[in-house]
Design a protein around this ligand. Sequence first.
Ligand code: TXA
Ligand code: MG
Length: 324
Amino acid sequence: MNTEIIKIDPNNIDMPLIDRAAEIIRGGGLVVFPTETVYGLGANTFDPAAVAKIYAAKGRPADNPLISHVCSLEQAEELASEIPDRARKLMEHFWGGPLTVILKRRPKVPDIVSAGLDTVSIRFPSHSVAYELIRRAGVPIAAPSANLSGSPSPTAARHAVDDMDGRVDMIIDGGDSLIGVESTVVDMTLDVPTVLRPGAITAEDIAAVAGDCVYGGDYANAPKCPGMKYTHYSPKAKVWAVSDMTKIPFVENSAVLTYGGGCFDRPVYDAGGTVEDYAAKLFYFLRKADEDGIDTLYARLPENEGIGVAVRNRLLKSAGGKVI
Ligand code: TXA
Ligand code: MG
């Protein structure tokens, strides 16, 4: 398949280009687009044949449901059969932004989107290009992260191109993703709102608005969020998650991935000063280490608070649980 790669400035949107992309979505095609979390691989939620192409392009297992991206509360109401009050509060408070809510689905949501579950996951991204694309398409856009299944999510257009060139109709380069880890997924169908996948919006943030919220018992491997049971975020390099940076062994052709400074006896990928900077660059550097031919990567494990909860979750998965 010939993939058209275009650039759209999020601060100065070229609407005719957005309309071309929206036309592809309406016509049953696939468009890779930027969001504030990671790049998404989108198709019309209401077109099962188009959604099937997403699974094929990614090599994604069929039992792993997709998030539908919307640009209004009304559009969410087309997908969800009921929106409890506290879910509505969350949506009003955190949308557009990196929060995905799981609700009971309407029958019109195709089975392939929900992978046979009786729920639907919905997110309203804050990225201007994503917003305009959904608005002009006029339909919710089902979109997983735009990586091949198992690889780190793309947070730079170049990485989305590496994985998706030749597999999709169009890739929109809208610059680097600001947040860098995928959205928080919160199940609003349970008695207590439960985070199935941690993200930039924490359980505490959600509890402050919805009254209550917990991290799913085993959110690092939550069976309720089907995607979390698969190997994930894995570069070719062997990754170690490091809680004590003074204990890194010397290994040929290894590198360190860290933030907040420090001196090391080998090449360093410096993600910046804060854990937010680290989140923004984590997937980028996992891929960069492969591009640089690094065999072993020692990556700092941040504190288990704020967005650090999400970074730890992704890092432990890419390390396959290997911790120093
Ligand atoms: O930030 C994001 O959420 C990005 C951007 C593109 O929006 N999308 C993303 O999608 O990360 P994906 O498909 O890579 O991850 C979605 C996760 C998967 O682990 C999936 O199993 C889970 O959400 N999920 C989706 N629908 C669900 C549902 N109805 N019930 C439980 N888990 C669900
Ligand atoms: Mg993904």
